[in-house]
Design a protein around this ligand. Sequence first.
Ligand SMILES: Cc1cc2nc3c(=O)[nH]c(=O)nc-3n(C[C@H](O)[C@H](O)[C@H](O)COP(=O)(O)OP(=O)(O)OC[C@H]3O[C@@H](n4cnc5c(N)ncnc54)[C@H](O)[C@@H]3O)c2cc1C
Length: 372
Amino acid sequence: MPPRTPASSARSRPLGSSTTSPLPRHFAVVGAGLAGIACARTLINAGHRVTVFEKSDEVGGRMASHHSPFGSFDAGAQYFTIRDERFALALDTVPGVFRPWSANAIRVLDATGHVASASQPPGEAHWVANPDMQALAVAWAEPLRQGGHLHTNAHVVAIERDPLKPKHWQVRAQAPDGAQQVVAGFDAVLLAQPADPARSLLTQSGIQTPLVADIAGVITAPCWTMMLAFPQSVRPGLTTLGPQWNAARSTHHRIAWLARESSKPQRGIVERWTVQASPAWSHEHINDDSSRVQAKLLKAFAEVTGIRAEPGYVEMRRWRYAQTTQPLGKSHLFDSQNGIGACGDWCLGHRLEDAFISGLELALAVNASVNA
Ligand SMILES: Cc1cc2nc3c(=O)[nH]c(=O)nc-3n(C[C@H](O)[C@H](O)[C@H](O)COP(=O)(O)OP(=O)(O)OC[C@H]3O[C@@H](n4cnc5c(N)ncnc54)[C@H](O)[C@@H]3O)c2cc1C
């Protein structure tokens, strides 16, 4: 378990606090990634009503995992680090869901795949959720699901003023079959989406708020991700193919990161790799056909790892808003006059912990403004 110290004050306590608000309000949270989950749970624990809308059929957002016949892949976030004690405290509420990953000494490779250095800040552990990264989001979202607060397959397409109570908001959500549902009576709408979709939703809804200009300064990069399985490597006397390291950052112009999924704890023995293309190359090829991108990344993978065997399984994933390159510079945005807020990793950086802290701090700010 990570080293931790008690929370400094009740106000900063995430997920499990019992600081009940004297004025319970009803909030819509758009997005059930880590930021949305942290925000929703903190507001519920403060005594408010919360409805979470998630466009996908499951929670986790960029913490998604992919399941194949040969084992799972972490298609988005690969691992997490713990730097904020509030994140550590929240992890305490789900013991057993995460474990250390001894990807020890993550390599830095030069463009030809040669090890340039072993980079890892001293003492910083790498943690992974079990049985896959998405499991952490699922565990934290479970009270939301059980409490009936979570609407999945609910893509928010518009935020409108509530015709019955003009100071309130209503949310228009669309199901995958195109059917629309309007849920009304919200005191505030809190966006927990990536920056670009959050700004588009505000603009398309015609909402006049300073948040639109604030979010415009945030820049994110895409990421093409390739997942490979080599079932032929499961033979007596042959435990792995190719290099002896399990994770590496690479300066190859196509590939930025590679990790051996099968090296993560309790993930199954079939040799599996997740390969993330570099932000610049992903940007250049973001609209290319998936099979064309796959062919180019497979070639680069062979160059970097020396593995020239044909994978038995390949899956591609295109992340349009993968990684923040220019963050907002503060933990959240809240326009208390209009009742519109925004959170997400992009406020602070590009890590899971940034998303969690952003969602938590937006909820604390909203609760404080209600009680002011
Ligand atoms: C390829 C990749 C690798 C990464 N690797 C790491 C790593 O190793 N370590 C690390 O710490 N971080 C990593 N990250 C970053 C990490 O995944 C993010 O920081 C974190 O998951 C962001 O959480 P979030 O809640 O802010 O946003 P998201 O996870 O993007 O959640 C937003 C949610 O909003 C939903 N949504 C969007 N629009 C709507 C709408 N209109 N209506 C309803 N729902 C909507 C989405 O479906 C999604 O579920 C990686 C990300 C990617 C893509």
